[in-house]
Structure formats: C-alpha cells, structure tokens
Design a protein around this ligand. Sequence first.
Ligand SMILES: [Zn+2]
Length: 103
Amino acid sequence: MTERQAAAWPGAVAEAQLYVETSTVPLDLDDHYWRVRWDDEIRPGRGRTMWATWSDGEYFIEIWMDVYGSPRVAVASLIWMHNGSDEECDCEPCVDERESDSQ
Ligand SMILES: [Zn+2]
C-alpha cells in the first residue's frame, strides 16, 4: 500500500461496515476473507491501484483505491441461487432433480 492508501483504508472499511450486520469486517488484508488484486504500477515506485473484495456469505464488499487513496466502497447483500450442499435447495434444477429421483 502507498501511505495514502494505508491512511484511507480504515475509513473505507468503516464505511463498508455500516452496511454489514453479520460480521466484523477485518482491517487486516491478510485475513482469510479478503482477496486483493494489485494492478501493475503505472509509474515505477508510485504504488499500485488496489481492488479488494470481501464476503462472509451474506454480504459482498468491493473497495477500490488508486495510489492517492480516495477509496470507492460498494456493498451488496447476497441472494444465493444454488447451494449444492443443501439438500433442500429450492433452485429449479435441484427441485427437478429431487422430483425425478422420487418417481
Ligand atoms: Zn440448487
């Protein structure tokens, strides 16, 4: 992270946290639930644009920051379409499969 990114990061996480009721969103980017992509440096030594995503299965967060900080924060709540480990999954293919199995 650049100094400005590091300075802006806690505020960005706090902004996202306002919408996430299910978990405490960790500041630590090494935390299991964060995935981070760093773009190539446009100018050597100036730092890299970062794009971080986080999800606890209920919410999804995106935080984008260029080398100057100024984060853009987005939060979604998730609707699961299919869950292969749920025997009661009510998506159409699973329901069809259960119905054809029971015949
Ligand atoms: Zn399903």
